[in-house]
Design a binder for this molecule. Structure first.
Ligand code: SF4
Length: 430
């Protein structure tokens, strides 16, 4: 690895380790490597960060070799090249940056937000021929579903997937659906409610959104999950919720659904590992999926934060396990967390349970508060890590040269029903 490559990533690690909101050491020294090192591995992996130990599907997209000059360019050189390409492209391109993306990339974004905000931001720029999505694969798919027909959605590194989204694949969900149809039948009850409604979290493949569109189901985000579950309960006797068990459980529990009526569906077992009676009594069937970033948060971390900061406000994301959500003062989406911090009186102290790049940015943006991450080990989302300024410079310069690389396209037979499920979500009201 060249010295200039080291300087880019050593600085990224240095900024992370020494910044407000961050106290610990990194979870793996591999975070100082350029992500392209992992593009060449014989077997695909998520790369360093919170998901690195998760099994990755064998058919996951692979990123081809990034041209060498993007790997060896200094941070300053990449900065000049990215800004020049953006200037040349003008309104023909829009760059989107997810909240969990590293600042070295977010600084070039025209919009920063959560996945659904960004998919809509792309729609708000119909003049842009290209939408460069600095997030992960399912987000780029959603942007393509909502984008205009002449707009190309680009993911700078094709290997930026999402380990949670990968935990529910279309074949496993179709198999689960068939088993449930055999058990429940397909006829509605006396009040017209069908036996089961599929609900997918936004963090899922386009194929699953399409499945929900085709089967009377709907999409939800971490901001509107309760509204969407109400919508589903009005139309179905029960819900099959995938892929995130924690968002499903935390939301349904807050709505009064007893835990014993929320069995887990393990796709590797017959009937998901349940007996028939358990499934007949179920109100919400939870898919066995989770986010490896949010799974790292623990009740012990909350107890430590309270012991060290008696006035602390603990806010965690609903992708965290239920005991963590129960022990926190509040829980909510990235948007909720950001607004809560913005609205707090100066001098407030926050311990936050979500991805480190967002916590670090909030700590920088709100110096009037003390804001820190519940987990003092720096362990970012492995898949967001795969987007590096080098890939961004490459896709932008290719656009300048008239070439679209790394385009994410959702075929019409999936995009049309997926749009139906997304539109149901937008129309669902509290
Ligand atoms: S933070 Fe979790 S859910 Fe979000 S992209 Fe990373 S792995 Fe997926």
């Amino acid at each position: 690895m060249s010295t200039s490559t080291l300087s880019v990533d050593a600085e990224i690690t240095l900024i992370t380790a020494g910044s407000p909101g961050v106290t610990g050491s990194t979870c793996t020294p591999e975070l100082a490597e350029g992500p392209w090192v992992f593009d060449l591995q014989p077997a695909p992996s998520y790369g360093p960060g919170a998901s690195m130990a998760d099994p990755i599907p064998s058919d996951t997209p692979r990123q081809g070799q990034l041209p060498d000059d993007y790997k060896t360019a200094s941070k300053l050189e990449l900065d000049v090249r990215i800004r020049a390409a953006k200037k040349t492209l003008g309104d023909r391109v829009v760059v989107l940056g997810h909240f969990y993306q590293r600042d070295e990339v977010v600084q070039y974004a025209d919009f920063v937000g959560d996945s659904f905000q960004l998919a809509n931001a792309a729609k708000a720029k119909p003049e842009a021929e290209a939408i460069v999505f600095c997030g992960v694969h399912f987000m780029a798919e959603t942007a393509d579903i909502l984008a205009g027909p002449a707009q190309a959605v680009i993911l700078p590194n094709l290997a930026a997937g999402c380990s949670m989204a990968d935990m529910a694949d279309i074949d496993s969900v179709e198999e689960a659906w068939a088993q449930l149809a055999e058990l429940y039948g397909t006829e509605p009850d006396a009040s017209g409610r069908v036996p089961v409604i599929p609900v997918t979290y936004m963090n899922s493949s386009a194929a699953l959104k399409g499945f929900c569109g085709e089967h009377g189901g709907i999409v939800c985000t971490s901001s509107n999950a309760a509204t969407v579950l109400e919508w589903a309960f009005a139309r179905g006797q029960r819900v099959l919720f995938f892929p995130d068990q924690h968002l499903g459980r935390n939301t349904a529990k807050a709505m009064g659904v007893p835990l014993e009526r929320m069995p887990m569906w393990n796709p590797r077992k017959a009937l998901g590992g349940n007996d028939e009676q358990g499934l007949l009594d179920a109100q919400v069937i939870l898919w066995h999926g989770f986010c490896s970033v949010h799974k790292r948060f623990t009740v012990a971390q909350i107890e430590k934060a309270r012991a060290e900061h008696p006035d602390v406000r603990v806010i965690v994301h609903p992708e965290c396990p239920m005991p963590v959500v129960d022990a926190a003062d509040e829980y909510g989406s990235t948007d909720y967390i950001t607004k809560a911090i913005a609205a707090a009186p100066a001098g407030s102290t926050f311990a936050i349970g979500t991805e480190i790049n967002l916590v670090q940015r909030l700590a920088n943006d709100y110096p009037q508060h003390t804001i820190f991450c519940l987990d003092d080990v720096i362990c970012p989302c492995s898949t967001m890590y795969r987007i590096h300024p080098g890939y961004l410079a490459w896709v932008l310069e290719e656009l300048v040269a008239g070439r679209v690389v790394n385009q994410i396209t959702v075929a019409d037979d999936v995009a049309v029903p997926a749009r139906v499920a997304l539109e149901r979500m937008l129309a669902a009201r509290p």
